[in-house]
Design a protein around this ligand. Structure first.
Ligand code: PMP
Length: 394
């Protein structure tokens, strides 16, 4: 049987990680994989997570199965974190999923169940797993313009023009905050235009929220999603706890479905449960229980929020430092966009050749589309990167 298999393309980011490991140079800098790293290059377990895990180990009395949707307390806590009281709870259905990726996958499978002919629209560029899963599921996919190569901001006119051609019932995948890979995000006014266009077309949003708290703050990063939620009868939200709780390997995420009313929400919930059963039955519980423990305990929650704020401020400081250093070295403000971008990434906006020069000549590793993980820097490496960028003629 296996002799019929075709080779699969290597994952670009994982290959980059291997190349970085194999590079013998001491002064190398890893701006590749999307994992938060502190100034010493470690990805720490957050204090509140350690404490929640300690309590779980001490107090948990059973490992028996939870329901198909996961622990209802997890859904309540995550709905509160992301949507607050934007919507009546009765309109929202939810399933726990293995990571944000699991939530995206289940969202797309929901589209296949409910509207198999719908086209899924994705931003150009987007996180490569989006088109990869959509194509794997045999679904129709189209791109909308997103990134302005000249300003490194959002190409809002191009985006609105493309979204203006979406057919009724098509699904439009949006990054709720901290766009991956560009770091460029719509302003509040631009979100209003995007929402009005999608409403006009009768589109169904699918909002991917993988970095709540990594941009401007937990509340601030939820604003666009809350606006979208209030504006459409039906939509889905795929949220990940990997980054903001630092629990990447625990595979913790949630898919929310917003229905017109309580009756439609029950039908939606039954179908979400059905999909969990088909794919893996019960979703993973450990990470979800850690998240619930933190969000429902005021002291733990305050500590988590404080550590998340430190994380966010570290990245913002690095952005400002890098933009300033580049301004100083190049005598030009063309890199100021780095300070305006939000989240873990910025797309530098240069050619694959120059990305390769940075790797070969300076041991600086970034994804070939020039996505840099800002968290891969520290105050010592910022000037080295800035000098290399200017020397490479970027
Ligand atoms: N969406 C986006 C845009 C992401 O960047 C990521 C993480 N790389 C995810 C979803 C899902 O992450 P995970 O499955 O690790 O929770």
């Amino acid at each position: 049987m296996f002799q019929t298999l075709k080779a699969q393309p290597a994952d670009k980011i994982l290959s980059l990680m291997q190349a970085y490991k194999a590079d013998p140079r001491d002064a190398k800098i890893d701006l590749g994989v999307g994992v938060y790293k502190d100034a010493s290059g470690n990805t720490p377990v957050m204090r509140a997570v350690k404490e929640a895990e300690r309590r779980l180990v001490a107090d948990q009395t059973t490992k028996a199965y939870v329901g198909l949707a996961g622990d209802p307390a997890f859904a309540d806590a995550m709905i509160d974190l992301l949507l607050a009281d934007t919507l009546p709870r009765a309109r929202i259905s939810a399933i726990a999923t293995p990571g944000g990726t699991g939530a995206i996958r289940q969202a797309l499978e929901m589209v296949k169940l409910a509207a198999p002919d719908a086209t899924v629209w994705i931003s150009n560029p987007t996180w490569p797993n989006h088109p990869s899963i959509i194509r794997f599921l045999g679904m129709k996919v189209r791109e909308y313009r997103y990134f302005d190569e000249a300003t490194r901001g959002v190409d809002i006119d191009g985006m609105i023009a493309d979204l203006g051609t979406v057919a009724e019932g098509d699904v439009v995948l949006l990054h709720g905050c901290c766009h991956n890979p560009t770091g460029a995000n719509p302003t509040a006014d631009q979100w209003d235009r995007i929402i009005a266009t999608l409403q006009d077309r009768g589109a169904v949003p699918l909002v991917d929220v993988a970095y709540q708290g990594f941009g401007d703050g937990l509340e601030e990063d939820a604003q666009a999603t809350r606006k979208i939620v209030g504006a459409f009868p039906n939509l889905m939200i795929a949220a990940s706890c990997s980054k903001n709780f630092g629990i990447y390997r625990e595979r913790t995420g949630i898919l929310m479905g917003i229905a017109r009313d309580a009756a439609e929400a029950q039908l939606t919930q039954a179908n979400l449960n059905f999909l969990n059963r088909q794919n893996y039955s019960f979703p993973p519980d450990h990470g979800a229980r850690v998240v619930t423990t933190i969000l429902t305990d005021p002291a733990l929650r305050a500590d988590w929020e404080a550590e998340l704020e430190e994380t966010r401020n570290t990245m913002l400081d690095l952005r400002r430092q890098l933009a300033e250093e580049l301004r100083r070295l190049s005598n030009d403000d063309r890199f100021d966009f780095i300070a305006d971008h939000r989240g873990m990434f910025s797309r530098l906006g240069t050619t694959e050749d120059r990305v390769e020069t940075l790797r070969a000549d300076h041991g600086i590793y970034m994804v070939s589309d020039s996505r840099m993980n800002i968290a891969g820097l520290n105050t010592q490496t910022v000037p080295i990167l800035a000098r290399a960028i200017v020397d490479a003629g970027i």
